[in-house]
Design a protein around this ligand. Structure first.
Ligand code: TRP
Length: 472
């Protein structure tokens, strides 16, 4: 068996469609359907949505193209990529941060994925029927996740599935899973939107989601939106460097990136269109929404149980939904694990199997406190972790800040250190529009780094302190 550059280590996507679907598979996941509505609810509704869309367009897309170009140029994992482009400089540490961030995100992500598995089993067995009101659904959820050992078992089960698919490598594992399941998820989601907006009382939800109340716009909302954009597009930690490294020379990186971003954003927006109307219809007060992690789990069962042909409509839709959500989560967890695996295979010459097992085990162990954070051990449940419970702290530190800092450094690297010239040369393979490439180079050199830096400073209170010097 060979290693770096060997056939097993360096796969290539079967086709451009395969790549786009796999990258979209990485992007689309719990981030769209669980984290996005939750963040929207917590950050004031429609105002958040608008900032989010701007963030995807102005900073998300340019960073996506930057990552893909690094990956395809070097055909390496993130650590190796920076080593190749800037030898004997500390830039490889940025790749290292990516590997660590990937394992850290994987650790709590897999816990939430475990909840979806649990809900899948509940839905199949009819355990969600009769959960009609928002209060009932909330009680049901709190009850379910209070079971720490069960959370841990499901988290472990999900990690095992992730490791098994990563064993299969690029074509057989990742590409195949995405090809079939992603289109199916879209169809189901559209069906749910139609059902949800037709429920009596849905308008209040639509209003909250689509009619911006600008008084809600604060620095916290902006950093949350930018962080969410990176999280949702799988940016800031080298996942797209890794996926780009398996992409053939002739493909157009810009249009591939646009396609992935459009699909990802479309699914998130649809998820909001399911959740908020349904919430309003179930009689929830949108101003005092259940905060945080539980939102979709506390809303969807009420939709399913109000479906026609009780209980069968709900059982069928509920089962399908949690099945597809689990698969969407799986195509995301494999990309989180793949970054570290690519690194261990390329740089440490480990076998793919060994790398996947070791890193999967690390993520499993690191995830146990998150699995216990909704029940079980008080240390993890309580606000001992930067004022948050353990899981929320992991999500904030790695899912928002680490990605945002990573994305900032990637922009600086491509815009100023590696330089846009070689990056543009890479983009030119497959892209014909000079205008678009010029626009990209302006965004990646000036707009993105500045915007991200200001947002980071603001969210860490640095600008507030400055503003405090000039009251009024
Ligand atoms: N984007 C995925 C989601 O929305 C999560 C994810 C997968 C991710 N790979 C990533 C997030 C890499 C950040 C970086 O569910």
């Amino acid at each position: 068996m060979q290693h770096d550059g060997g056939t097993q280590a360096r796969g290539e996507w079967r086709s451009r469609v395969g790549f786009v679907l796999a990258a979209a598979g990485s992007a689309i996941g719990l981030g769209n359907i669980w984290r996005f509505p939750g963040e929207t609810a917590e950050n004031g509704g429609a105002a958040f949505l608008v900032v989010y869309l701007a963030a995807v367009l102005l900073v998300g897309l340019p960073v996506m193209v930057a990552e893909l170009s690094i990956g395809r140029r070097t055909r390496r994992n993130p650590v190796g990529a920076f080593l190749v482009l800037k030898e004997r400089t500390p830039w490889w540490l940025l790749g290292g941060l990516g590997v660590v961030t990937g394992v850290a995100i994987l650790s709590f992500y897999s816990v939430v994925a475990g909840w979806t598995l649990r809900y899948l089993f509940k839905a199949i067995s009819g355990g969600l029927t009769g959960v009609d009101t928002a209060e009932q659904a909330t009680a049901h959820f709190n009850d379910a996740v209070a079971n720490g050992p069960m959370n841990t078992v499901m988290h472990g089960l999900f990690m095992i599935m992730t490791v098994l698919i990563v064993f299969g490598g690029v074509k057989k594992g990742i590409e195949l899973a995405s090809r079939i399941m992603m289109p199916l998820l879209l169809v189901l989601l559209v069906g749910l939107v139609l059902f949800s907006v037709s429920l009596p009382g849905a308008e209040a939800g639509l209003k909250f989601y689509l009619q911006p109340d600008w008084s809600q716009l604060t620095p916290k909302v902006i950093i949350a939106a930018v962080g969410q954009a990176f999280f949702s597009l799988s940016l800031g930690m080298g996942a797209m460097i890794t996926y780009g490294s398996y992409l053939a020379r002739k493909e157009n990186l810009v249009s591939s990136g646009v396609l992935v971003a459009v699909m990802d954003t479309g699914i998130a927006v649809l998820a909001g269109l399911v959740i908020f109307p349904a919430l309003a219809a179930a009689g929830a007060n949108l101003e005092t929404l259940p905060k945080g992690a539980g939102l979709i789990f506390t809303v969807l069962p009420t939709i399913f149980s109000s479906m026609p042909m009780e209980p069968w409509g709900g059982i069928i839709f509920g089962t399908l939904f949690f099945l597809l959500l689990s698969v969407a989560a799986l195509t995301s967890t494999i990309s989180l694990l793949e970054v570290g695996v690519a690194w261990a295979v390329d740089e440490l010459h480990m076998s793919r199997h060994k790398a996947a097992i070791l890193l999967g085990l690390a993520a499993f162990i690191l995830g146990i406190p998150s699995a216990l954070a909704t029940g079980g051990w008080q240390v993890f449940t309580q606000a001992h972790w930067l004022g948050m419970d353990f899981m929320t702290a992991m999500s904030t530190v790695f899912g928002t800040y680490s990605l945002t800092i990573g994305a900032l450094l990637i922009c600086i690297f491509v815009g100023w250190v590696w330089g846009v010239k070689p990056a543009l040369a890479e983009l030119r393979d497959g892209c014909s529009s000079e205008g678009i490439m010029r626009l990209w180079s302006i965004l990646v050199r000036f707009v993105c780094p500045l915007a991200i830096a200001v947002i980071l400073a603001q969210s860490m209170g640095l600008l507030d302190r400055l503003a405090g010097l000039f009251p009024g």
